[in-house]
Design a protein around this ligand. Structure first.
Ligand SMILES: Cc1cc2nc3c(=O)[nH]c(=O)nc-3n(C[C@H](O)[C@H](O)[C@H](O)COP(=O)(O)O)c2cc1C
Length: 321
């Protein structure tokens, strides 16, 4: 069980922010499989303050898309304060500070994981955000910038002092990017050094890896990220495994194909056919991974431009022996 403000997440599983992925259809699809709390992908505080149209589109939500976290990227307390003022009028349940993004374009501006190199500024930014926000403020960090500067405990303590309501920790350094071993011991150390809830992130790719994260770190919640790509079933599988010790049967190919069609239609309804089909190409690869004939069909899916064409490929996948 995980509490964020007055919201309880019984399963202890959150859908992590995923840039370019966690749009409204993706969040709603995962919610229909048991995801209790989802995040909008990171949004630049500066772009929000200057009302960039694409940024506002990223913030689209609906009444059923709750509880919902919004993640801000930025390192300037003044800009962050203005961004929080804007977010205060939006229907979100928490605001997260991104101090985890490893992308050079972001770190080059001193934002994302580059903030780990200046814990005092993380504290200052969080203090301002907490002061202004009408909902709980959280922070997502990594274990450090690189293996020579593992300072996540200090950063987490500063976050707690600043009034943050939870810390989300991706158990890798910025240097590791998205590969290499997850440092469970580092997350455990953070958990032992702060009293606010801690959520673990990193390789939560299946129900048993979610349990491993809980067992090895003592964390209060896990964040599911790449584990949900083409696999919304991970939410109900993890919940069942954590509560009963048994993992439900894997989805049949027919379930997978039906879900693919549902997801495609949700995306078409939201983004319009042309953009949705383009965006769905990578999902075709994720959903079909390991299924007979998926390799050849994936190449065709990457060329599909129309909903009908994509649906035909899903039917072909269904028919493969
Ligand atoms: C495509 C992609 C986009 C991501 N976007 C964000 C983001 O916007 N904000 C963030 O804090 N983390 C982001 N992450 C990091 C994930 O939330 C998560 O912490 C990381 O992938 C580790 O978990 P995993 O190994 O289970 O995937 C992203 C990861 C991926 C793969």
């Amino acid at each position: 069980m995980f509490r964020l403000g007055n919201i309880t997440i019984n399963s202890g599983c959150l859908l992590a922010p995923l840039a370019g992925i966690s749009d409204l259809p993706f969040r709603m699809l995962n919610r229909s499989f048991g995801c209790e709390y989802a995040f909008i992908e990171m949004v630049s505080a500066r772009a929000l303050v200057f009302t960039n149209r694409n940024t506002l589109k990223m913030l689209d939500s609906n009444k059923e898309d709750r509880p919902l976290g919004l993640q801000l990227l930025g390192n300037d307390p003044e800009v962050m304060a203005r961004a929080v003022d804007i977010v205060n009028s939006m229907p979100v349940d928490s605001i997260d500070l991104n101090a985890a993004c490893p992308v050079s374009k972001v770190t080059g501006r001193g934002e994302g994981s580059a903030m780990l190199r200046d814990p005092l500024n993380i504290e200052a930014v969080l203090r301002v955000m907490v002061e202004r926000s009408v909902v709980p403020v959280t922070v997502k960090i990594r274990t450090g910038w690189d293996s020579g500067s593992l300072n996540a405990v200090e950063v987490a303590k500063r976050a707690e002092q600043a009034g943050a309501s939870a810390v989300f920790v991706h158990g890798r350094t910025r240097q590791q990017g998205y590969s290499g071993m997850v440092d469970y011991a580092a997350i455990e150390k953070i958990k032992k050094n702060v009293t606010i809830p801690v959520a673990g992130s990193g390789d939560v790719l299946s129900a048993d890896l979610a349990k491993k994260m809980f067992d090895e770190t003592g964390c209060d919640a896990v964040m599911i990220a790449r584990g949900a790509l083409g696999n919304p079933w991970i939410f109900r599988e993890t919940d069942a495994y954590l509560t009963t010790g048994a993992v439900p049967a894997k989805p049949e190919k027919s379930d997978i194909c039906l879900t693919m069609k549902r997801h495609l239609d949700m995306m078409c309804g939201y983004h319009g056919e042309e953009q949705a089909v383009k965006m769905f190409r990578k999902f075709f690869g994720w959903y079909s991974k390991g299924l007979p004939g998926s390799h050849a069909l994936k190449s065709s899916a990457f060329k599909a431009c129309k909903r009908d064409g994509m649906l035909m490929l899903i039917d072909e996948l269904m028919g493969q022996k």
